[in-house]
Design a binder for this molecule. Structure first.
Ligand code: 13P
Length: 334
């Protein structure tokens, strides 16, 4: 796979006014989301829910691709079309979550490292055959008393870079996600500092592992005050801090940056993205790869009537995609 082909896919993922829908919740995570609205966590319910999302009419107007979970990329629509095929037929790029989740980092209480490198080359080869053209790996950085440690940041950056190099070898665009969690009572400055040092370590590691940035997408968290800090940062402050942090740590050659929503309200996630794009021009397209901020309204509606609310739930997915697509252009209005 040439760098040119990877770069082409990466640019298509962040095409103007388009972003990614993240529907790659592991079976454990979707269990929590389903439990929250009283849906039974069966394989068929997971399949039906992912079909509802992916078959939202005209979704491809604002959605360039979706991140699937291992189970989902092996599932089919009710008409028997594999989801990856269904997406490609509808002009959306299939992506796949390939990490195996976070595990306690031995010797560093309160910190985690993402696992999943063992056997990854073979798994990527299979995912490519199943139709995936990009892959996601999520590292989690916790903020707390005396954490994150440099060791935790380095270990996660190293794993992200090893995964990214393997992705490119196997023809998939790596979407590298170092998520600095919103949990905690830290202020926005602390989030800024931790995000900056994390991004610097990540791009050093990518360079050291010979990862071509032209064929890489960053999935970033925004610079926000901790959820329990009691601090309410205005939209412009979050947008300015996030932009400044990214500009100081992310090379301009990167084809694009997409954000995770990370527990922000739907509107906040959209407003922050919109504000950053209004502050442009920026070195890279800035778009979205939201999970919760794309799905929560739809999941709630669907849970109230799995048959009767199907189309209504899809209509909210379309609305969220449209709002975020406009925010990716800095053209969203409340
Ligand atoms: P949220 O937007 O719900 O944070 O999810 C995005 C994601 O893929 C996290 O890995």
């Amino acid at each position: 796979m040439s760098i040119e082909q990877l770069a082409e896919t990466a640019l298509a993922m962040v095409a103007p006014g388009k972003g990614i829908i993240a529907i790659d919740e592991s079976t454990g995570t979707i269990a929590k989301r389903f439990a929250g609205v009283g849906i039974e966590n069966t394989e068929e319910n997971r399949r039906a829910y992912r079909e509802l999302l992916l078959s939202t009419p005209d979704l491809n107007e604002y959605i360039s691709g979706a991140i699937l979970f291992d189970e989902t990329i092996r599932q089919k629509t009710k008409d028997g079309v594999p989801f990856a095929q269904f997406m490609t037929d509808n002009g959306m790029i299939p992506g796949i979550k390939v990490d195996k989740g976070t595990h306690a980092l031995a010797g560093f209480p309160g910190e985690v490292v993402t696992e999943g490198l063992d056997g990854l080359r073979a798994r990527l080869e299979e995912y490519y055959k199943l139709g995936a053209r990009f892959a996601k790996w999520r590292a989690v950085i916790n903020i707390g008393d005396d954490i994150p440690s440099g060791t935790c940041i380095e270990a996660n950056a190293h794993a992200l870079a090893r995964y990214a190099a393997l992705c490119q070898e196997q023809g998939l665009v790596p979407m590298v996600e170092p998520e600095v969690l919103m949990d905690g009572n830290h202020d926005i400055e602390t989030c800024y500092e931790v995000s900056e040092v994390t991004l610097r370590a990540l791009f050093d590691a990518l360079y050291n592992q010979n990862v071509a940035l032209e064929g890489t997408i960053l999935k970033a968290s925004m610079v926000l005050p901790g959820k329990d800090s009691g601090e309410l940062a205005p939209v412009e402050e979050v947008a300015e801090a996030t932009l400044m942090c990214l500009k100081s740590a992310v090379p301009a050659i990167l084809p694009g940056i997409v954000f995770l929503s990370g527990g922000q309200s739907d509107d906040d996630a959209t407003a922050h993205l919109d504000a950053m794009n209004r502050m442009g021009p920026n070195p890279w397209p800035l778009s979205f790869s939201y999970g919760r901020a794309m799905q929560s309204a739809a999941l709630k509606l669907w849970s109230q009537d799995l048959v009767g609310n199907y189309a209504k739930a899809q209509a909210t997915v379309y609305q969220r995609a449209k709002a975020n697509g406009l925010a990716a252009l800095g053209q969203w209005t409340r």
